[in-house]
Write a protein that binds this ligand. Structure first.
Ligand code: SF4
Length: 349
């Protein structure tokens, strides 16, 4: 596992898989770790536990390098991000390329984030499998506002198949939902809809969320955020299911909204997300820039480069690069409202 800290020299702006991601809104995403205890068949970030011994050889080929970011280093960069944002209703959303509760110093990180007066909400994306009553109590005391938990099926067999883990335990997760509902922490169940595979489960999960409402549990947010199944180039594909276009997905959600008399189509306003000053990289697409290579990136054709000691750059290269090498690269991806930079080593240089 590659450690990212002050000494590493890797800035925490610029990369999608670690650091702090800003999309020009009052929501800042924090990505502190890249390993996961599940092996979901559909994982859009191709996360593993980091131990490739037991994997089938086909999966070994898609091996990724894993990273962990030091807690003090994250807090230092978060302060820098907050100073840039000039906004006093920030939501910090901890959403790693993996499972947050494998991050050894997770409580320290949450408590550190809580100290910033601009941060009003701390939400965490998790698969929920490592939560216990004690952990939920600790999170409550540390000031976590919301847990977004992925649960794709109530049927044990389908849930296990989707998670890639034979002992995935739906009942245990449902018991944790009850604990969260009784705490100060809000619960958002976030299933992915795999059309024609987990249709029944989606209906059961809608009924479950309605049951929570009927029992009198309240939340400033919806209890349910159903997501469309998408396939990403660098992720894993669940071969049993074809992804559907968003138009089809929203049509189906509209039908379900009528049938079950509940709101299912959600947007940023449902979570209080609004635009703010973006943290914008100092380069544009098409620019040729000089970067210093620090180490390999997540995949074997990716490297982490550094621009002016302030920005990390994801460098795509089919030729091998070594640490401290200076290279000129062509910026191929940089959105105006995203603090990410991707560049390519071009043979024409
Ligand atoms: S829980 Fe999330 S990060 Fe982990 S394998 Fe599943 S989809 Fe990937």
């Amino acid at each position: 596992m590659i450690k990212v800290d002050e000494k590493s020299g890797i800035p925490l702006f610029g990369l999608d898989f670690i650091g702090i991601l800003d999309r020009g809104t009052n929501l800042l995403e924090i990505k502190p770790i890249t390993i996961c205890n599940l092996r979901c068949k559909y994982c859009f970030v191709n996360a593993h536990f980091g131990d490739y011994k037991d994997l089938p050889s086909k999966e070994k080929q898609s091996k990724v390098n894993n990273f962990i970011v030091d807690v003090d280093y994250i807090l230092k960069w978060l302060k820098y991000a907050l100073d840039n944002k000039k906004c006093d209703d920030i939501e910090v959303h901890i959403a790693p390329y993996g499972e947050f509760f494998l991050y050894p110093r997770y409580l320290e990180l949450i408590k550190g984030i809580r100290k910033f007066s601009q941060v009003k909400i701390i939400s965490i994306q998790t698969n929920g499998t490592l939560l216990t009553e004690t952990v939920v109590k600790d999170l409550e005391r540390a000031g976590v506002s919301r847990l977004n938990i992925s649960l794709n099926a109530l049927n044990e067999d389908r849930a296990q198949k989707l998670s890639g883990i034979p002992n995935y335990n739906v009942k245990k997760l449902l018991a944790i939902f009850d604990t969260i509902l009784k705490s100060q922490i809000d619960l958002l169940i976030a299933p992915i809809w795999f059309f024609k595979y987990n249709d029944e489960d989606i209906i059961e999960i809608i009924k479950l969320a309605k049951k929570y409402e009927e029992k009198g549990f309240t939340s400033p947010y919806p209890f349910l955020g159903i997501q469309n199944y998408l396939v990403y180039k660098s992720g894993r594909k669940f071969w049993k299911v074809e992804p559907r276009q968003f138009i089809h997905f929203y049509q189906k959600l509209s039908e379900m909204e009528k049938t079950y008399n509940t709101k299912l189509k959600l947007g940023p306003h449902d979570f209080g997300i609004h635009t703010t000053v973006p943290i914008t990289p100092p380069v544009e697409v098409g620019a040729k820039i000089s970067v210093t290579i620090i180490c390999k990136g997540r995949s074997n054709v990716e490297y982490i480069g550094v621009l002016d000691e302030k920005w990390a750059v994801k460098v795509l290269s089919k030729v091998s690069l070594v640490p401290q090498q200076r290279v000129t690269v062509l910026v191929i991806k940089q959105k105006l409202k995203e603090n990410l930079i991707t560049a390519n080593i071009s043979s024409s240089f």
